[in-house]
Unconditional design. Sequence first.
Length: 435
Amino acid sequence: MHDRDRPIRLVVVRIIPMTAARALSPPLPPTDRGSSLILAAAHNTAAMADCMQEWPEPVVRVQAVAESGLAAIPGCYVKPPRDRPAAQHLATAGVGGDEDVLQEPLDTSIPVIDLGELVAAAAAADEGRMGLITEAVAAACREWGFFQVVNHGVAPELMRAAREAWRGFFRLPITAKQQYANLPRTYEGYGSRVGVRKGGPLDWGDYYFLHLAPEAAKSPDKYWPTNPAICREVSEEYGREVIRLCELLMKVMSASLGLEESRFQEAFGGSECGVCLRANYYPRCPQPDLTLGLSAHSDPGVLTVLLADEHVRGLQVRRADGEWVTVQPARHDAFIVNVGDQIQILSNSVYKSVEHRVIVNAREERISLALFYNPRGDVPIAPAPEVVTQERPSLYPPMTFDEYRAYIRKNGPRGKAQLDGVEQGQAAGTPPENK
Ligand code: OGA
Ligand code: NI
């Protein structure tokens, strides 16, 4: 059921002609990567709530733009030259056929960690088998902020089913998905942008966002798609299994930092952690050299477990030397795990929440499922006293995840500006869009 041969047709939803033209045509302002935010902005939730009721412009589905058959992408998707992908990366984006040959040497890619022994030990309630794995995890979290896991205990069939269910959803006609259109206040549902800044840059991707935990935050009847019929059930089971993996990863990461195994979980709110799923859909793009499927960002939460497309590469990670490295999934049933901003904060920047982005492709659409494991919204998070020393004083003031996320949701992806901005001692200033 591939959509390659579908007739070309532009579906612009909830748009009046003038605004549609405006939404699609203005040149992209340069992103403000590197600009710093102030804490006060995140606390200003009342002002923020006002602008979170509606998107600032009519929403255009990237799928609609892609299917319209345009040879050139609209200006709002064009990135400034410094943010565009390098030509050699685009040449290697496809998986299969000749393009399958990675131009980059394999040893430049993110570490792969086999969790087999640990999963077996956890199942047998056999503690204390973490040694070698924690070393590998510690090195990956310090140097890359990213690693892949294999033999992680989640069934490959479930992973495949989840990917297929969501692929099925995105391949529905846009009109069938429109009933789930999301709003910036909650983000739940079918979306095509992050951030409410008017005229802000757009990315070449649509997504679906929903809450998997805690139970009270879940609203499957209202927000989860019923088509494909399997989508709800599979997402539920997938969530359960991947959350279990997250809990194991939290223990490993905590131990790898020299802390009690339970330390991370406690600091992030015990059993009250929040979990969200973001299914990403990156349609084919006639000019992948000019845009990005997802702009450079770091993930705001604790950790992210990504199930990438089994056929098409696209995720790029910024290596310590600043180079973008395209991730090659180790296997179809590998997960890509990354450290989120909250672990960088709790570890006082020993572990890094690393910038990543997505490149798109002229020949293939791409899908991915990102599961975000987040702290409870109302617990202040600051560097753990165990990792703060006189030589390495605390870099971050306490802040709750609700405050932190509200800021990000307003502003959209901005590299690592958010986290850099909350470092202690930053000069206070007003974010550019409020000036
Ligand atoms: C994300 C993300 C990467 C991908 O959703 O935060 O980084 O490959 N996704 O889709
Ligand atoms: Ni991400």
